[in-house]
Design a protein. Structure first.
Length: 508
């Protein structure tokens, strides 16, 4: 098939690469599978997939022998072998380390896991190529010990701005579920427990459909029973499960508007081509970025009848777990935003970052930020040199020194900032602070902040905070917490008044 210009650009670039391990990012809907299937073969190819249902998907794009390594299926020397990671990691002895010239790692953001590393350590390919649709996330594992360089990047924003993908209007609807007691299995909610937690939500899902859905709607449900129960409550809706017959005819009827709504259970996450989807409802909560982007991806295809995709996230109580919602498409973590403020995070996709910034700019999040920064640094194994960083929702690090704001942008998938390793960026900043900001050490050095900040907040601090936030309880604040709040208050005020001395004088 004829590739799009950017797909051909990626293929041509890979053809010129020297031996090594490289990463390419391509948003859901831009065709990463057809792209890597057209890479020029100079030997055998191994494709690794994280989710088992994706193993057979690349077959239709190849015109050569194609083998499967998954469950009961075993390959036998085919030119291209598609394997589930879970299966091939147990069958490495069936292969020689030099059997494959190219290894393609689909959904490569999982490649930092030990199962992947075991496979990578065994095989000796000319090229190890990672493809991912998921944007860099501040809470995700770095891939710099697997891939050496990001060679190609076409994200969701690029796809929408350049007319290859549909724009998205995002909406949140609380349907009343509680997942706080649901355990995690393989990085996502345990299916049986999730089904039990969602069993009484069918009425709320149907009500949200009637109120907010526009046009041809695709709903993702938790289970077969959940799908059937939702479909019963929506006039004309059809439930589609793995056992549904005449699926092709159902899709045609849906595309011709004979069926207004399809409710499915893990059927349309495999790349099914549905010409018309105007609304996607996520009634299948997930912690998996890849699964979430696959579900939303069903509605990203352009269609003459569609102005933009309406994306409806059905939300509820999740406890400490991080639920994927629309901001996840942009790599934004909203876990530090107070629950009551999350209701405001609606609108066109690219308007969300500014709304999230406002929603997260609260005294509660400012106080918790020290813990958030410490946890992130521990996960990433970074030495912060006790710099008093504030972590923003987009993953960037901010440091306030009086009227001066220093920002380190979010690292990419390899742990770099503009090509420089994040640790090196932090080291350079620390050296600059030591050499040029000695007089402000009590502001940027967390050890200094903790020493003077452990005592209870002063009445003056509390009075100023209460003047700004009348409903905020200041009774348990210490000086450090109060200072964090006051720094943010007076930083904002000094910018508005252009009074550069206000912050440093009143921060304490």
């Amino acid at each position: 098939m004829k590739l799009r210009d950017y797909q051909q650009e990626c293929v041509d670039l890979i053809d010129r690469l020297p031996p090594g391990a490289y990463l390419a990012q391509m948003a859901t809907g831009l065709g990463k599978t057809v792209t890597f299937a057209n890479i020029r073969r100079k030997g055998r190819v191994l494709i690794l997939s994280h989710r088992e249902e994706l193993v057979t998907q690349p077959r239709k794009y190849y015109d050569c022998s194609f083998g499967i390594e998954q469950g009961q299926y075993h390959s036998s020397g085919e030119e291209v072998v598609s394997a589930s990671v879970q299966s091939i990691v147990r069958r490495l002895n069936s292969f020689h380390p030099t059997d494959f010239d190219i290894i393609i790692c689909d959904e490569a953001h999982h490649a930092a896991a030990n199962t992947y590393k075991k496979i990578f350590e065994y095989f000796k390919p000319r090229l190890l190529l990672g493809f991912t649709a998921t944007p860099n996330r501040a809470d995700g594992a770095r891939l710099n010990d697997v891939f050496s360089k990001i060679i190609f990047k076409r994200d969701l924003k690029w796809g929408i701005k350049n007319g290859y993908l549909s724009d998205i209007f995002c909406r949140r609807v609380d349907i009343g579920y509680d997942l706080s007691g649901v355990h995690t299995r393989m990085g996502d909610y345990a299916p049986g427990e999730l089904d039990e937690a969602m069993k009484d939500t069918s009425d709320a899902v149907a009500e949200a459909y009637q109120k907010y859905a526009k046009g041809a709607t695709l709903i993702f449900a938790v289970s077969v029973n959940h799908a059937n129960e939702i479909a019963k409550r929506i006039p004309g809706a059809v439930a589609v499960t793995g056992k549904t017959e005449n699926r092709a005819q159902i899709i045609r009827d849906f595309s011709e508007r004979k069926i207004p709504c399809l409710v499915n259970c893990m059927v349309f996450t495999e790349g099914t081509d549905i010409p018309l989807v105007e609304t996607v409802m996520i009634a299948r909560p997930t912690k998996s970025d890849s699964l979430y982007t696959q579900m939303v991806g069903r509605g990203l295809r352009l269609h003459p009848d569609k102005d933009k995709l309406t994306l409806i996230d059905c939300v509820g109580i999740t406890g400490t777990a991080s639920l994927c919602t629309a901001p996840s498409l942009l790599g934004i973590d909203i876990s530090q935003i107070p629950q009551k403020n999350r209701e405001s995070i609606e609108g066109d996709l690219f308007s969300l970052p500014e709304k999230i910034l406002r929603a997260s700019d609260t005294p509660q999040s400012w106080i918790r930020n020290t813990e958030i920064v410490d946890l992130w640094a521990k996960e990433q194994q970074y030495n912060l040199h006790d710099i008093n960083f504030f972590k923003m929702p987009d993953g960037s690090l901010s440091l306030s020194i009086g009227e001066k704001i220093i920002t380190i942008p979010c690292q990419d998938e390899l742990g770099n900032v503009n090509g420089v390793p994040m640790q090196e960026v932090i080291d350079n900043l620390y050296e600059d602070l030591v050499n040029n900001y000695k007089g402000s050490r009590s502001l940027w050095d967390m050890n200094s902040v903790k020493r003077w900040g452990k005592d209870p907040a002063t009445e003056t601090q509390k009075k100023i905070i209460k003047r700004k936030f009348k409903d905020f309880d200041c009774s348990e604040l210490n000086k450090m917490q109060a200072s964090q709040i006051l720094n943010r208050i007076f930083s904002e005020r000094s910018v508005k008044k252009n009074d550069r001395s206000t912050t440093s004088k009143l921060a304490f």
